[in-house]
Design a protein around this ligand. Sequence first.
Ligand code: FBP
Length: 351
Amino acid sequence: MDASNFTIPEQTLDRDCTTLSRHVLQQLRRFDADAQDLSAIMNRIALAGKLIARRLSRAGLMADVLGFTGDMNVQGESVKKMDVYANEVFISVFKQSGLVCRLASEEMEKPYYIPENCPIGRYTLLYDPIDGSSNVDINLEVGSIFAIRQQTGTDLAEDAGDLLTQNGHQQLAAGYILYGPSTLLVYSLGQGVHSFILDPSLGEFILAQENIQIPAHGPIYSTNEGNFWQWDEAIRDYTRYVHRHEGYTARYSGALVGDIHRILMQGGVFLYPGTAKNPAGKLRLLYETAPLAFLIEQAGGKASDGMTPLLDLVPQKLHQRTPLIIGSQEDVQLVESFIRDRQRRQQEEGH
Ligand code: FBP
């Protein structure tokens, strides 16, 4: 065949060459130091994802990778060996980077400071290294959740006080990595939501979808109904409503990242409300709910604690928990309407 007749569809080649770090620079439409730093930080997060994906894919064949360590973390939860491994991976990929001075994780009581990166590294990485820990030992989907924030002040006291003055709108970037049949990274820099798939043959995250929009409404409601009797009456009323109305189906994987990804793609709502025992719920504001709220709102969805927009919340402590209602606009508004109705009834009854 005459070479002049054979052309490679530019779009395909362009897409195949759109790695994460290139996409970040395209998004920022500039190449200054800040843009280069954010691109480099995203690249390091991608490396952490590749290392964790590799470990997970062979975990069942390796000794001492699955199971519990015997320790409890700052959340009062039994720690999995994969939690420790993944937490260390995130720290390790940022050493000698000059990028991130401080890493704050769900698995660590206090942030980890990388002296060689301070004070030049003006960013803080906040992350949940393994989300869905209860799924790890049985080879079901898990994830990692991350957010990047600007460090304000020198934090010489190493108490990360500046993080307790910022709301969720002040996140510079957020996303998750889903370790499923393929390893997927979904992120936003505040300019839409984009997904990348790890191509094992290239060892690169390659662009899969840009400007993902969540449907305004979806059939899915995702929640642990095992907590039904511990919930406020308003949430019970909402659950009774979806049980009695056509067009709703329950999906709950035990991994927040997996449930959120399903809802991002198909529409619906995820709920982890407060309970009688834990009025603030289970999920952590800085490492789980604020990053996912940033992402879902960038995709046209909505997130709240039932009453207040999730991104408006300012943490009072590093490991603060919040109730979470997140997903499609119409479905989150429906849940919130049940909460408002109950409050109004209570006020009318003088409670
Ligand atoms: P981890 O980050 O410790 O895994 O906790 C969060 C989580 O596992 C979410 O992924 C999931 O949605 C939720 O907790 C499951 O909690 P429950 O078992 O109470 O339904």
